[in-house]
Structure formats: C-alpha cells, structure tokens
Write a protein that binds this ligand. Structure first.
Ligand code: PEP
Length: 258
C-alpha cells in the first residue's frame, strides 16, 4: 500500500513569522487527517521554528535543498546532519528551479540523494521535461535519463525511502497543469523503469508524486490515476485554505493505493 504524500514547497516565500503562522494554520485544520503523509518545505531560515511549531503533529518538515558533505569549507551550504538536528525529515532534491538557475545536474542530484539516504533523510527527487522537450516528443526519454542518472549506483534496499516527483517544467508556476493522462503516462513509465532497474515489488512500493500547478480543483482527477501517489505543490501550498483543501480531498479519496 502506498500512502499518499502531499508536500508543500514554499520556495523563497515566507519569513519566519509568516512561516510559523502558516504552519500553525495548516496544523489546526488537518490534525485529524491520518491517511495522508503531509509535508511542508519552508526556506532554510524558517526550518527550526517551523519544526518546533509542528513537533508531535501529523505534519512533517522538509528542506528544499542540501549539500552532500557532512561539514567543511562550503560557504553557503547546509548539510544533512544540520537538517536532521533541527527535526527535518525530507529534502527536495533536483527541483527544476535548482536545475535551471543553480546548475543542478543528474550527477549532483545523485550525490545528494545518496547523502540524504545515508544520513537518514527522505529524498524527494524531482524530474521533468521542459516545454521544448515535450513538444519535440522527448518527454519519456528525458525523464528516463533523469531518473536513471539520479539513482545511478543504488541498489534496491538503498532506495527504500525514496520519493520521486514528476514535475513537467512547463507546468510549474504557470497555471498550466499536465492533464491527468499526460501525467499518468510519465508516472507509469517511471514505475516500469523502476521495475526494470530493481524489481516489480520495489517499483510498486515507491511513491511518485505529480507537481505542476496542482490546485484544489484538479487534485482529485490527478489522484484518480493509478500511478499518481500524491503531489508536490508550490503556489497552492502558500495559503492554508488551498493546501488544506488539497489534503482533505486526497484524504477523502482513498486511504492508500495498491
Ligand atoms: C513546485 O514548486 O514544485 C511546483 C509544482 O509549483 P506550482 O505548484 O506553483 O506549479
């Protein structure tokens, strides 16, 4: 059974006061949801306070990035032991904005995913094609390469906690969502690939989230697809009302998929 994951990526929004307020608002509304894994990923400077606010709640906290070394002369970077020490449980790795603006590649994604797993954090590894690649009919090849590259050298046991997020770049922050069938096609290809790389049992156990302009009015149709196990949400996670709506719809839809 795959428990659905609804994760909010707050990107570079919300100062500490705003972040704690948002976390508190969400916590108040979803305290009784027990069939969805709820995650919020605030900016680094907010993490400590948000972790404290959400301590012992049913909402878990993730970072939006990390570095693969444990410590050292790496100005501006944040390590996995540091994230763990304040109560983080997840890290978003290889988000398209990091690939596009900060030089993230499949190789750095691979190192970060390895470091997360070795350090006991759950990686949410993001993949997805840009518009030109979709229009050229290259979506499946591009995503296949990103997934294989990100997981290079890992065995089946190692990736037990891994979460993958398929986020078509043309749908992120644009209001343009992939249709449920477009998303399902890619999710199903990723699961087939995992099956070939590892085993069917492993592929069936890994959560694959969809991301790209997910809103309260499209989450249900997306979640009805057999290989969509949740969502990574940007814009709609910045307001408690829309994020909570998405969580409630997911919770009401199913208590887990086979
Ligand atoms: C994201 O930031 O990962 C994302 C999917 O953003 P949005 O929901 O705003 O498209």
């Amino acid at each position: 059974m795959r428990i659905p994951v609804i994760a909010g990526n707050w990107k570079m929004y919300k100062d500490v006061r705003e972040a704690v307020e948002l976390a508190n608002d969400i916590k108040r509304e979803v305290y009784n949801v027990d069939n969805v894994e709820i995650v919020v990923c605030p900016p680094f400077v907010d993490l400590g306070d948000v972790c404290e606010m959400l301590d012992e709640s049913n909402i878990l906290v993730g970072a939006q990035n990390c570095y693969w070394e444990k410590e050292g002369a790496f100005t501006g970077e944040v390590s996995i032991p540091m994230l763990k020490s304040i109560g983080c449980k997840y890290v978003v790795i290889g988000h398209s904005e990091r690939r596009q603006f900060f030089g993230e590649t499949d190789e750095t994604v691979n190192k970060k995913v390895a470091a997360c797993i070795n350090g006991g954090l759950i990686p949410i590894m993001c993949v997805g094609e840009v518009l030109a690649e979709r229009e050229a009919g290259k979506t499946l090849d591009v995503v296949k390469k990103q997934v294989s590259g990100g997981l290079k050298g890992f065995n089946e046991t190692f990736i037990s906690t891994l979460i993958i997020a398929y986020e078509p770049v043309w749908a992120i922050g644009t209001g343009r969502t992939a249709t449920p069938l477009q998303a399902q096609e890619v999710h199903s290809m990723i699961r087939d690939l995992l099956s070939k790389l590892y085993s069917k049992a492993k592929a069936d156990s890994i959560r694959i989230l969809y991301g790209g302009s997910v809103k309260p009015d499209n989450i249900v149709d997306l979640m009805k697809q057999g290989d969509i196990d949740g969502a990574l949400i940007g814009g709609a996670s910045l307001k408690s009302a829309s994020f909570v709506d998405i969580i409630r719809s997911t919770s009401g839809l199913r208590s887990g998929k086979k």
